[in-house]
Design a protein around this ligand. Structure first.
Ligand code: FAD
Length: 426
């Protein structure tokens, strides 16, 4: 059987269920990556420089892994539902394999592709497998705490899948990895930052090793995780997890290995706790589909709030780090100049946009979608919706007082100084 395996946000050769299923079934397999228009050519919100660069580095890394077994990657262009069917015709493929996603647009694309070709999908996205949840998806608890308590009582985290990339099955094909300029993406700011990210599983696994084993940072993570400044206060795994270069399962099993040697404590537990937040938003998005993108989320009976008259100007200032609030500006500047921002920073800038400026939360979420190197639709839109208070049918306001926050988390103003070139006035 001739098959096509199309990588999505599962950019790894190890611990990849859909890839292993494809290798088990096919005699000849084309490994493909589709540069989807909805990401790379979107007129509305084209992928930004840092995320795009990280993604190309990830592809380059995976390409190297494939070439080590004598195969190569084929690049195609266009949304999967449009670009895969003609490619399959061209190479006379019988079947296409994909990893499933959880967010609305990605699921729509899977459905549309399945109408056109013989498609086999595999679910492999979360720490806890969808099929191992102790409830059916439509019974997903409406809060993270209830979700966590329910899954933690008796859970089963599956083992990692060993990789078996068989040289004889992988085809050699044409085409080179495109460059950023091919998509009209240019670097606008010079790179700066506390940590320098490189895309791909090789760099992701190096970071995992360094943060766990060389520096032992996981042992103190619970105490440091809310900091703003530095490279090691939190794992910084998110970009690799988001595009699948690292799997949450491998992080879980590495944590267990670490605990066996150095002992478990509240910090080692807390890393898993955070991975459960990610799982919660993945399942939440899968269940609620397009409602996650509605201005009032699950609270659709509510009338949509009117934005202030100067909404466009206020948003322009927020996006460009020139609001009246230096702490907010510093965080936005870090994002714009590196593609990354701490969780504490994200909570503050989001709360400020929603509750202090009175803007539609989706404006901020779209900006994050464009700029974050760890952008993930479920984590991003889920967290924004949560801060806007629309993750359940009853609105729950989550307000961060940015003055108090900056006093607690940046008491000497060192972080703010790092990211503010000149003071901003009202
Ligand atoms: P660590 O603190 O080391 O946590 C380990 C891992 O747990 C992270 O890598 C991530 O995969 C997961 N995680 C931690 N916190 C959360 C959370 N609140 N929600 C979901 N997963 C979590 N994370 C993304 O990966 N992509 C996004 O697009 C994204 N958008 C966000 C938008 C807003 C408004 C907010 C408040 C948070 C967002 N997050 C997002 C969650 C969180 O801020 C980042 O995952 C975290 O800051 C990444 O740093 P880290 O890898 O060092 O995290």
């Amino acid at each position: 059987m001739v098959g096509v395996f199309c990588f999505r946000n599962d950019l790894r050769l190890h611990d990849n269920l859909a890839l292993q299923q494809a290798l088990a079934v096919c005699d000849q397999l084309f490994l493909v990556y589709a540069f989807e228009d909805r990401i790379w050519k979107s007129k509305h919100n084209q992928i930004g420089f840092f995320r795009a660069q990280f993604l190309l580095e990830s592809l380059y890394d995976i390409e190297k892994g494939i070439s080590q077994v004598g195969g190569s990657m084929t690049y195609i262009f266009g949304n999967i539902e449009d670009s895969i069917p003609p490619f399959m015709d061209e190479v006379h493929a019988d079947i296409c394999f994909l990893s499933e996603e959880n967010s609305w647009n990605e699921k729509k694309a899977e459905n549309s592709l399945s109408q056109k070709v013989h498609l086999k999908t595999a679910y492999d996205k979360t720490l806890i497998h969808l099929a191992d949840l102790p409830f059916s998806l439509d019974q997903l608890p409406d809060s993270f705490s209830k979700f966590r308590k329910s899954v933690e009582t008796n859970w089963n985290i599956r083992s990692c899948i060993s990789s078996d990339l068989t040289a004889s099955k992988i085809t050699k094909s044409r085409g080179n990895l495109p460059a950023l300029r091919d998509f009209g993406i240019t670097q606008k700011t010079s790179p700066k930052g506390y940590y320098s990210f490189t895309g791909g599983s090789t760099a992701g696994r190096k970071r995992l090793h360094e943060w766990f084993w060389e520096k032992g940072c996981i042992s103190t993570y619970k105490k440091t995780r809310n900091q703003l400044k530095g490279a090691d206060f939190s794992s910084h795994f998110s970009p690799w997890i988001a595009n699948g270069s690292l799997s949450p399962r491998e992080i879980y099993h590495e944590t267990k290995k670490y605990e066996a040697l150095h002992g478990a404590n509240e910090s080692t537990y807390w890393l898993i706790f955070e991975l459960l937040w990610r799982d919660f938003f993945q399942f939440f998005s899968r269940l609620h589909g397009r409602k996650v993108f509605h201005p009032c989320g699950l609270n659709q009976q509510k009338e949509i709030d009117r934005e202030p008259d100067q909404a466009d100007l206020l948003f322009f200032r927020w996006v460009n780090g020139c609001t009246a609030n230096l702490f907010i500006n510093a965080n936005i500047n870090e994002l714009n100049q590196t593609g990354w921002m701490s969780n504490r920073g994200r909570q503050n800038v989001a709360s400020y946009l929603i509750h202090d400026l009175g803007l539609d939360w989706r404006r901020g979420a779209e900006w994050f979608e464009k700029t974050l190197i760890d952008y993930d639709p479920c984590s991003n839109y889920g967290n924004w919706l949560y801060l806007a208070g629309y993750c359940s049918e009853k609105k729950t306001v989550r307000y961060f007082n940015t003055t108090i926050q900056s006093m607690v988390y940046d008491p000497k103003g060192e972080y703010t100084k790092d990211w503010i070139d000149s003071p901003v006035s009202n």
